[in-house]
Ligand binder design. Sequence first.
Ligand code: PMP
Length: 290
Amino acid sequence: MKIFIDGKYFDERTAKVSVFDHGLLYGDGIFEGIRIYNGRVFKLREHIDRLFYSAKAILLEIPMTRAALIKATVETCRKNKLRAGYIRLIVTRGRGTLGLNPRSCKNPSVIIIADKIQVYPQGLYARGMEIVTVPTVRNLHSAVNPAIKSLNYLNNILAKIEANNAGVEEAVMLNAEGFVAECTADNLFIIKNGEVFTPPNSAGALYGITRQTVIDLAHAAGLKVSEPNLTRYDLFNADECFLTGTGAEIMPVVKIDGRVIGNGKPGKLTRALVEKYHGLTKVTGEPIYS
Ligand code: PMP
């Protein structure tokens, strides 16, 4: 596997970063997870845009232009001969001193890894997933804004551990006010009486790229979509529920905190959206081999 680090390609065993990188020492950096389908990089421009928004929020200067990053991302896929897979694009604050002041970090590092991914077992997509609400609440947007896709994912990791401890794969995270924010690595949607609902970004949800794609697909299918604050009560009484994410795609949810959702099977509208999403992944994206 060839890994891009600061303009050069390294073999997997020699691809290394400094122990003084503030990405490692403090989680000071940002990232994107991007999918490759059918020889194309899906929603690449949207991911690059979000990376630049995250960088802006943490006052990190990405040492490459958007165009150069797009080119390097596609090139990394090509070098690894991938037609399907997952890209991890990372920008760290770079090498500094042991003190946390980022002023000591003169050169941010750009890393691109392209590999395979399987986030959830295949069978779960047909059966639907069970999720639980966990005690760890989502970061406050007045603290580390959850819209920033930062290298500091402890908030989400703690929630994921709590989900694992409860014997499930994913967790519903509430915000400090008790409204539903999202899951640890996925946005959350419900469907009630034919209408689609998802928590607003102000509730602590990431500006998910799959979330936006699904909102667009739902609109195109003539469905009404709104983004009100949602409570657990709303989730329990939904007709359908599903999660969205680059890695997860669209995952039906059939049980939340022991409450069966709808008839306990992946819902009809959810399945229709899954089909439309797969259709889109087949035919759109930045071509790798052209
Ligand atoms: N929420 C969180 C916390 C995430 O890390 C992710 C990405 N895995 C998502 C939602 C989904 O976002 P996207 O659709 O852009 O992958």
